[in-house]
Design a protein around this ligand. Sequence first.
Ligand code: ADP
Ligand code: ASP
Ligand code: MG
Length: 404
Amino acid sequence: MARIVQKFGGTSVADVERIKKVAQRVKCEVDCGSEVAVVVSAMAGATNQLIAWTRETSLLHDAREYDVVISAGEQVTAGLLALALQDLGIDARSWQIPIATDGVHGKARIESIDAAEFRRRLAQGQVGVVAGFQGIGPRGRITTLGRGGSDTSAVALAAALEADRCDIFTDVDGVYTTDPRIVAKARKLDRITYEEMLEMASQGAKVLQTRSVEMAMNHRVRVQVLSSFSDTPGTLVVDEDEIVEKRVVSGIAYSRDEAKITVQGVPDRPGVAAAIFGPLADDAINVDMIVQSASEDGRTADLTFTVARADLDRAVSVLEKGRKGIGFAALKPDPNVVKVSVIGIGMRSHAGVAKQMFQTLADKGINIQVISTSEIKVSVLIAAEYTELALRALHTAYGLDAAG
Ligand code: ADP
Ligand code: ASP
Ligand code: MG
């Protein structure tokens, strides 16, 4: 008998009608004889509304209370889905499964799941509905797992249950070569490797939360991404040796969550990079891409780097505070940038991927501001206004466009 975890995202449970449709889908799996655990997101828009209310109430809110509020959306869906399933004659209940996390409110990591009792119930034929996106921290308070965190709840539960499959139902019918909402010619992938999916997610493809892919990769959970609105087969996330069609570039991701800072006129001597990046790290601000260029006088340099857009103001104030010690001439923050990344495990054995990227962007007159690379990706930072143009041009250049 198969044991399956099904996860339904926000648009799939956007209203009561859709929740009833989801219940039908769960029933199908139950009727097939599977043991089924379901993880649900909040109804579309609910989490944003809860966040807005929290901000409205208190701008500098207590992170623990923030988590109490924003975890509530998933509770509602879990209860409603259990009711809808019961109405179809299924033995279903929402379940407060003990998911232990660390204490980092708003971005907690799952540490362990005690699934013994839950598993026993599943074996008896009961369907368990679990509220995604949350857990319990070390002090017994509710924590949340970061935006998109229900994906991670589902994969973690699948790992704890040693499930045969974890189906992630969403509003697109799989993982595409790039965001199908931006590039109409994006192509659905039948399979993608864990590594490529991890890179796609961490470079901005929001179809799966990065941590869910990490978790799937570490525990070898078979993840399938598919649509809750159609019956077409989805995309399987698999090991490299299960990929038949080898591609050099598998996908293109973009992230609008970046911001650029240029520190101009930095003295060109040992210790300056440490003086700039040390205080940022101490303030828990992650720096992603970095480039240093010599300035005109030859004695100073300009240092350009990116941080998360949400951290931009904080980063600027940290640097301004250290201005005297560092001794730079000016700070130029720029939130109007986007990071575009081409990803593929084939890059390990093929040269020329970066060159093709730079040439394609040059042909469109798009200036590259910062570059970074890793074994299976090349990322460039460009002005945000060129996002669509760059994605479409690169998609065509790497031969990813769908036929027809
Ligand atoms: P859910 O609410 O079901 O979790 P999300 O909005 O988090 O859904 O994720 C699905 C969305 O991810 C799609 O609507 C699509 O716009 C976006 N997306 C970005 N990149 C990709 C990609 N490469 N393939 C598929 N979807 C993508
Ligand atoms: N509801 C949460 C969010 O909107 C978690 C999720 O949907 O995965 O981010
Ligand atoms: Mg999501």
